[in-house]
Ligand binder design. Structure first.
Ligand code: COA
Length: 259
């Protein structure tokens, strides 16, 4: 059993809760290792069709990498810590299921970077997001300098990384960092509703869609479009493709099996 995470499973939907509320869910090595392993283990289960990532307690998704743990790190240790953060983010990004970040409070530094590795985010009206590392004499180390720019554009990302300013939920929505702001009490419900909707769709199709959109971000458009063509073609001949199309023609709801 992980010591720093809560894992919940409701049919095809898994919820991972970062669980160090007394430290505002700050990300230390032990938590990151548990998160890495938890995501990998869920990725090995085809029956998982959507994952929600959130923070325990009422105040934070994660208030950053653990500053106390980082204080005495040597460059070599910092490099390894950064690599661990990158591995966790890559696992979230590359998993077969969509990951919805439910930002229930502070998502700062490494917390914001973890959020950026989610497919998309919903924020509670109490959320605050930002990259305040420059206040500590360091910089983002879990992918923030790259993923933030890809999500909100390079100029806004530079502004946030260079000033260390955090943005509230409404501003985060305005700049495209989160998809929607919901009342704090309703955040979990909202995320689960969307997760259930995704889980009701063709799982192979959702997984291929996620993969094509991720792969396409980093390659020229012509290559990205070829990635899409291959992914599209790969779905034909699956039981789900026949079921989805037959169900439409027979005017009934489709029942997908993920094969
Ligand atoms: N690393 C380690 N511990 C952290 C932490 C972090 N990133 N963020 C918060 N904590 C701990 C605090 O040290 C405190 O622990 P304590 O009760 O044992 O003293 C506890 O969490 C509560 O935080 P506190 O600062 O007392 O709450 P607050 O309401 O006054 O302020 C924040 C909330 C988020 C504004 C403030 O905690 C903060 O600025 N955190 C650091 C954010 C940051 O720089 N993140 C990037 C790290 S690279």
């Amino acid at each position: 059993m992980p010591a720093h995470l809560l894992l919940d499973r409701d049919g095809p939907i898994a919820t991972i809760t970062l669980n160090r509320p007394d430290k505002l869910n700050a990300l230390n090595e032990a938590l990151l290792v548990e998160l890495r392993d938890a995501v990998l283990s869920l990725d090995h289960e085809p029956s998982v069709r959507a994952v929600i990532l959130t923070g325990a307690g009422d105040r934070a998704f994660a208030a950053g990498a653990d500053i106390a743990a980082m204080l005495e790190m040597s460059p070599v240790q910092a490099r390894l810590f950064s690599e661990l953060g990158h591995v966790v983010c890559a696992r979230l990004e590359q998993a077969h299921f969509p990951v919805i970040g439910a930002i229930n409070g502070f998502a700062l530094g490494g917390g914001c970077e973890l959020a950026l590795a989610c497919d998309f985010l919903y924020a509670s009206d109490k959320a605050k997001l930002g990259q305040p590392e420059v206040n500590l004499g360091v910089m983002p180390g879990f992918g923030g300098t790259q993923r933030l720019a890809r999500r909100i554009g390079i100029a806004r990302a530079r502004e946030l990384c260079f000033t260390g300013d955090a943005v509230g939920a409404e501003e985060a929505m305005r700049i495209g960092l989160v998809n929607a702001v919901v009342r704090h009490e309703e955040l979990g419900h909202h995320a689960r509703q969307v997760a259930r909707k995704i889980a009701s769709k063709g799982p192979l199709a959702v997984a291929q869609c996620k993969r094509a959109m991720l792969r396409g971000e980093d390659v020229p458009l012509a290559v990205a479009c070829e990635v899409e063509r291959q992914a599209f073609a790969s779905l034909f001949g699956s039981a789900d493709q026949r079921e989805g199309m037959k169900a439409f023609l027979e005017k009934r709801a489709a029942s997908f099996e993920g094969r």
